[in-house]
Write a protein that binds this ligand. Structure first.
Ligand code: SAH
Length: 258
């Protein structure tokens, strides 16, 4: 298969994925209450603050940051379609003057060194890996600046084989909270706070809105293999969460660059 064919298949997959996830408010588990709690953990976010929201999706956290603080927010994502939604949502929320967008790959960011006061990333750092992301992004944060990320985390030392193998396949770097704190400290941060996201961040705010979206999406793409696989995978993930949510969850890791 030629590269060109490969590219076109990937482009098609990506456009389907974007279409699916654009139809829901959040592209990962989270909530306004949980974002608010994380914002309040960071002292004195003032009008001089420049925040990067990396892997911002359609902008739920970027827009909340702009609404709740005096800071400017640069919303960064790989997908143009998501960023278009960020712009639209920022306008609707009346904060478009405080939110700019940047299409970039988080694994190859060419941002100016020490140019951000705060790096934010909800449900996205797994794309570069927790440890790697914390290390790479450190250079973009000014001294004594902050980082706040959520990542999936083992909540127990042992777990049933079914859920262990699912996550090791989906995200081999998933680790325990204690090990992640060590990784964060080794990457040059002082821990400020960790907090496990409540279950409704996954159920009410992420899996349940998908149920309706899945029906609409499948009506439109009922004979498309990739679309059917995408929905099958999302449904499987939701079933596993219902069964095994005591063993894993998303955790806030909030720290200050030393
Ligand atoms: N923060 C949002 C979206 C989380 S989903 C929310 O909580 O709703 C993960 C996001 O990471 C998606 O928007 C996806 O497009 C983005 N993403 C995935 N790989 C990326 C990469 N290599 N560079 C930048 N963004 C990426």
């Amino acid at each position: 298969m030629s590269n060109q064919e490969n590219n076109s298949i990937h482009d098609f997959d990506f456009s389907l994925i974007c279409e699916y996830f654009s139809s829901i408010k959040r592209q990962g588990p989270g909530s306004e209450a949980s974002t608010h709690e994380a914002i309040t953990a960071i002292p004195n976010i003032n009008s001089n603050f420049i925040i990067a929201d990396i892997g911002c999706g359609t902008g739920s956290s970027a827009i909340q940051l702009a609404k709740e603080t005096q800071a400017s927010v640069v919303a960064i994502d790989l997908f143009h379609d998501f960023l278009n939604k960020v712009k639209l949502n920022a306008e609707l929320a009346g904060v478009s003057h405080k939110v700019s967008t940047l299409q970039a790959d988080m694994t190859q960011l060419s941002l100016e060194k020490e140019s951000f006061d705060l790096i934010w990333s909800e449900g996205a750092i797994y794309n570069i890996g927790f440890k790697n992301g914390l290390q790479e992004w450190n250079s973009f944060i000014r001294k004594n600046g902050y980082i706040a990320v959520t990542d999936s985390t083992w909540l127990t030392d042992y777990r049933p084989a079914e859920i262990e193998s699912f996550w090791l396949d989906a995200y081999p770097e998933i680790d325990t909270l204690d090990n992640n704190i060590t990784k964060m400290e080794q990457a040059g941060y002082r821990m400020i706070k960790t907090a496990v996201l409540p279950n409704d961040c996954w159920t009410k705010n992420f899996y349940e809105p998908q149920e309706n979206a899945q029906n609409v999406f499948l009506e439109r793409h009922h004979d498309d293999f990739t679309a059917n696989e995408l929905v099958k995978n999302q449904r499987h993930e939701a079933e596993l969460f219902a069964k095994y949510n005591s063993y894993y969850g998303y955790v806030w890791y909030i720290g200050q660059k030393i």
